[in-house]
Design a protein around this ligand. Structure first.
Ligand SMILES: Cc1cc2nc3c(=O)[nH]c(=O)nc-3n(C[C@H](O)[C@H](O)[C@H](O)COP(=O)(O)OP(=O)(O)OC[C@H]3O[C@@H](n4cnc5c(N)ncnc54)[C@H](O)[C@@H]3O)c2cc1C
Length: 405
């Protein structure tokens, strides 16, 4: 019987690639609800939205790859039920597919804004290639763009909108962008960056309603808006797993080998909430590199390889002339101090989140070729090793030497 993957996007296709690379010879079916073959989402709010990247560059594989590797890619097909006892997946068309092992990679969907007027066509979300293409049409010189939510997607859309010459306002309930992820000191860098590009922030405000050409805030402020982009986070698509009787709680609960509560069903990518052996708690990661890594790990686990998924989170963002990478994991409020190396005002620095002098995570901003060192520091930190914060801040001390003694 076949290995079946539900979810034809980054995590699912990486699993398929790894299954073939590992020599799995059997039938391999990937079920994808979207009409497009698997594609990368990061360019949808960056190069592709800016108009810098070709459409063909976003696809994970060439269309011939699937045929050449005997991957039965079923596009435009929704899996509506999983019968774990019978080992079958049912599609919306009524077709039933038997599986020996099943991988769930159903990803995330944008959280909806629950206010009057949010169902109008100029209120947009950004998840798919079609969303990005439709939005790009509307990011024009002089247009008024209201972004709801100053998270990664909202900030990247704001940068793209400014690139196209639109006027941009961002509405955010918190006092700073990205504060929950980065904390006050580093979040201020992103506020300053966008303000330097003439973006208007409305901090501490929420949306009360959306009209034809304005967003009305809870204090009565009217924010002009020809287009409204909602970026208030995503929710894992767990309905299929729940209905199948799998353990679910803010994601599909999997072991450190990405196995669900059913021994023949695995989960990876945005939906997987796994027991991280280094971090010592369950985490769920909504980022690109986790989709790739966990898809590949799940493939090996489905083939019976023993091991634990101990990959430390990594993500990146590009906004205007700022590029950043973040490695490690520091939960909200977990760090007791942030150490800067470099020049934060010039937006050329590394920030480290520390707890009791252990590096939990680090972020390099417009500083390159340090990712491996930051990852090594965060891995050591999560394993209990501390560093000297003075040396961490001192750009003269090579990062590689901090773990030497
Ligand atoms: C605009 C945008 C920009 C991003 N930028 C970055 C970035 O800069 N850096 C970064 O690290 N991360 C970024 N991300 C996040 C990253 O793209 C995601 O973490 C990644 O796509 C997750 O992959 P996934 O395969 O788990 O889920 P998804 O990409 O969500 O794919 C899941 C797929 O499963 C399909 N599906 C769901 N249910 C079913 C079903 N029942 N039957 C069949 N198919 C189904 C969906 O249609 C979808 O195609 C970005 C995301 C977006 C939307």
């Amino acid at each position: 019987m076949a290995f079946v993957v539900v979810g034809g996007s980054l995590a699912g296709v990486n699993a398929a690639i790894a299954l073939r690379e590992q020599g799995y010879p059997g039938e391999l079916i990937v079920i994808g609800q979207e009409q497009e073959p698997p594609y990368e989402r990061p360019p949808l709010s960056k190069g592709y939205l800016l108009g810098d990247a070709e459409r063909s560059s976003v696809f994970v594989q060439t269309s011939s790859w699937y045929q050449e590797n005997a991957v039965d890619l079923r596009l435009g097909q929704e899996a509506v039920a999983v019968d774990a006892a019978a080992h079958t997946v049912t599609l919306a068309s009524g077709e039933q597919i038997g599986y020996a092992k099943l991988l769930l990679a159903t990803g995330s969907e944008p959280r909806r804004l629950p206010v009057p007027g949010a169902d109008q066509p100029h209120v947009r979300y950004l998840r798919s290639l079609a969303d990005s293409e439709a939005l790009r049409e509307q990011l024009r010189m002089g247009a008024h763009v209201a972004v709801i939510g100053a998270g990664w997607i909202g900030l990247e859309v704001a940068a793209a909108a400014r690139h196209h010459g639109a006027n941009v306002s961002i509405v955010e309930t918190d006092a700073l962008p990205l504060r929950r992820v980065l904390g006050d000191e580093v979040a201020g860098v992103f506020r300053d960056l966008h303000q330097a590009h003439d973006v208007t922030f409305h901090f501490g405000r929420s949306v009360q309603s959306i009209g034809a050409d304005a967003v009305i805030l809870d204090d009565g402020t009217s924010v002009p808006a020809d287009v409204v982009v909602v970026g208030i986070g995503v929710a894992p698509r767990t309905a299929l797993a729940s209905a199948a009787g799998l353990a679910v709680d803010n994601g599909v609960l999997v072991s450190s080998s990405l196995r669900t509560s059913d021994p023949d069903i695995y989960a990876c990518g945005d939906i997987a909430s796994w027991e991280h052996p280094l971090i010592g708690q369950r985490i769920r990661v909504e980022h690109w590199e986790n989709a790739r890594q966990s898809g590949q790990f799940a493939a090996r686990a489905m083939l019976g390889e023993a091991g634990v998924y101990d990959w430390l989170p990594y993500f990146f963002s590009d906004q205007y002339d700022l590029g950043m990478e973040y490695s490690g994991y520091a939960g909200p409020g977990e760090a007791d101090r942030v150490v800067f190396r470099g020049d934060a005002a010039a937006r050329e620095f590394i920030a480290f989140w520390l707890k009791e002098n252990r590096v939990l995570a680090g972020m390099n901003v417009n500083v390159w070729d340090v990712h491996d060192d930051i990852r090594a520091l965060a891995t050591a930190g999560h394993s209990g090793r501390s560093v000297d914060p003075g040396k961490l801040a001192d750009a003269q001390v090579p990062l590689g030497e901090l773990l030497a003694s």
